[in-house]
Write a protein that binds this ligand. Structure first.
Ligand SMILES: [Zn+2]
Ligand SMILES: [Zn+2]
Ligand SMILES: [Zn+2]
Ligand SMILES: [Zn+2]
Ligand SMILES: [Zn+2]
Length: 580
């Protein structure tokens, strides 16, 4: 997430100057082949999971239709009620199965003086012997009959029909393949995934939900969106995460809920990780889990994050972790944090070493602090500075006063955090503190809170350009549509990369279907235009005298009556509840 108020630390984008060992090697961990550079690596580019490095795909849908089913009828005689009940109970509760699978079962019914039990939902290839197998011999029915299949399935031809329907009614289908991933599998239905060129085509495909199928007249087609979120991850962090046994456990757990596919982007040293699933919540949760794994563990001493700025490092950081295998140290300049991803025992070792370096550089910088003139006045409170801080422009602050200035400026100032110290001729210093300087003077959690405030304030000051996602607790920011949508059209929707909800960029609510933005706005504010359209469509006019709604052919009662009695369809109560 770009920080709009404070200047970025100059080191934030500095490349890792250290020479990589040319001998890459790989190792198998948990059945995965993992390539890793020899030795621990310091990653200077903080993986940023904000707007620019994650997003959503909205071009895929999955089409479902029921597998053909067979029905079996179990016949007992007129006295077989108890037995029939017992057997249907056992099928219903899953005690009896067919070919190892649970089946569906009706309660016994007395038909033509015989007790009948209907069972269905078993694999259509099951033989009579296989259906009866779990029933003890003494309870078996006198007779069993098998119905025909509910329809003849020919998978390639059926799927071909569906593809044609999509091509004809929605748009060009780029990929069309049967569902295979376990996170998508459905025992009772066939599923095919269709990938379109555009989100609009996919939207049209979703409207085909409920279409009838020529090859299966009693069945219908179900079309659902595939929720797909992507994140871009530095390959080093991704590889290191494979060394962390705990994370691998979490990762395998995720694979039961969603499908995760990774594509190497060799030129950028990154991987594109795509998370797909049928439930929005599961994809959102999986993305959060993955981000947490790749975010890594913050190195802390006494509950405070330690920080070694690039400028004070002199290569010691890289040196100290060089021979530790399977970890990455992420130097996140924005959060002023060092984070570790990778093997647990190596992480513990790295932590000890990093804390030692941080304490050494703290000793050095506290040595610098001694040079802060004691007894000087703070430029804010104009009394002798308490816990004095000297800024790089030469002004003296109490540490507390500087902190207050930052919080205040973050909330109220467009131009960032500027020095309030005096200059000659009654001028103010106005030096804009770079982030790296503030990180030296303020504790990291304070700075983090200040950055957050600055960001929130910036967004609220620019409501015509950006807004927060309307999903509660989402916190994601999107760009507002620049132009009022044309008559009869809706503004583009923004697919929120964090909560995967599509937001209308003009109305600032979850995307509305069936109404244009104008109509949506009207409904939210009073409903005049929507009312006008509804009246046109339903042929309803206003009564010329009292201006309430009447149907054109209904006439108007000339006597004073309650408005509702005009034969209106109640639209007035819907749009003007105060009249009801
Ligand atoms: Zn002060
Ligand atoms: Zn100054
Ligand atoms: Zn959101
Ligand atoms: Zn809208
Ligand atoms: Zn009237």
């Amino acid at each position: 997430m770009a920080n709009p108020v404070l200047e970025a630390e100059p080191d934030a984008n500095a490349q890792n100057s250290e020479e990589s060992d040319p001998d890459d090697w790989s190792r198998e961990i948990n059945g995965m082949t993992v390539e890793f550079l020899d030795g621990g690596v310091v990653d200077e580019e903080s993986p940023n999971f904000g707007c620019t490095n994650s997003g959503v795909f909205r071009e895929k849908v999955v089409c479902w239709y029921n597998k053909p089913i067979r029905t079996a009828w179990l016949h007992w005689g007129g006295k077989g009620e108890e037995t029939a009940k017992a057997v249907s109970g056992c099928f219903g509760t899953g005690i009896y199965k067919v070919m190892g699978k649970e089946v569906k079962c009706d309660s016994p019914a007395l038909i033509d003086n015989a007790w009948l039990v209907r069972i269905f939902g078993f694999p259509s290839c099951a033989s009579k012997q296989q259906i009866l197998q779990d029933i003890p011999r003494v309870l078996r029915p006198k007779r069993m009959s098998l119905d025909e299949l509910s329809y003849t399935s020919n998978l390639p031809s059926n799927n071909g029909d569906i593809e044609l329907l999509l091509e004809y009614r929605a748009g060009d289908v780029m990929f069309f393949e049967p569902v295979t991933h376990p996170a998508f599998a459905d025992d009772d239905r066939y599923g095919v995934i269709a990938d379109f060129n555009t989100a609009e085509d996919a939207m049209r495909a979703l409207q085909l939900n409920g279409s009838t199928l020529e090859f299966y007249p009693e069945g219908t087609l179900t079309v659902e969106p595939v929720y797909a979120a992507w994140i871009k991850v530095p390959s080093r962090a991704w590889n290191a995460a494979a060394w962390d046994a705990d994370s691998q456990g979490d990762y395998r757990e995720l694979l039961r809920q969603v499908s995760i596919t990774e594509y190497p982007l060799a030129s950028e040293g990154c991987r594109l990780v795509v998370i797909e699933g049928l439930a929005r919540e599961k994809v959102v949760a999986a993305k959060k889990t993955l981000e947490a794994i790749l975010h890594g563990e913050v190195v802390e001493e006494n509950d405070t994050a330690i920080w070694i700025p690039f400028s004070e490092d002199n290569g010691r950081l890289s040196q100290s972790v060089r021979e530790l295998q399977g970890i990455v140290v992420i130097r996140d300049a924005r959060m002023c944090q060092l984070r570790l991803v990778g093997d647990l025992s190596q992480r513990m070792e790295a932590k000890t070493r990093l804390i030692k370096i941080a304490n050494e550089s703290k000793r050095l910088s506290s040595h610098n602090c001694d040079q802060t003139p004691q007894g000087a006045d703070c430029v804010i409170c104009l009394t002798e500075a308490e816990d004095p801080v000297q800024t790089s422009c030469g002004h003296i602050y109490c540490r507390g006063c500087l902190q207050d200035l930052c919080t205040h400026s973050a909330r109220n100032e467009e131009k960032g955090i500027q020095c309030r110290g005096p200059r000659d001729n009654d001028a103010t210093c106005n030096f804009a503190f770079p982030l790296v300087e503030l990180s030296r003077h303020l504790p990291a959690p304070k700075l983090e809170a200040i950055l957050e405030t600055a960001f929130d304030a910036y967004v609220s000051r620019h409501p015509l350009q950006m807004r927060f996602c309307p999903t509660p607790d989402c916190g994601h920011v999107y760009q507002v549509s620049a132009d009022r949508p044309k008559d009869g059209q809706s503004a583009p929707t923004h697919p929120c990369a964090r909560c995967l909800v599509s937001v209308c960029t003009w109305c600032h609510i979850p995307a509305h279907t069936g109404a244009t933005c104008d109509e949506q706005q009207d409904m939210m504010t009073g409903g005049y235009r929507a009312l006008a359209r509804a009246k046109m469509e339903l042929d309803i006019r206003d009564c010329p005298r009292c201006r309430t709604l009447i149907e054109k052919n209904g006439g108007c009662n000339p006597y004073p009556v309650r408005k509702r009695e005009h034969g209106s369809i109640g639209l007035d109560q819907f749009f003007y509840p105060e009249l009801a």
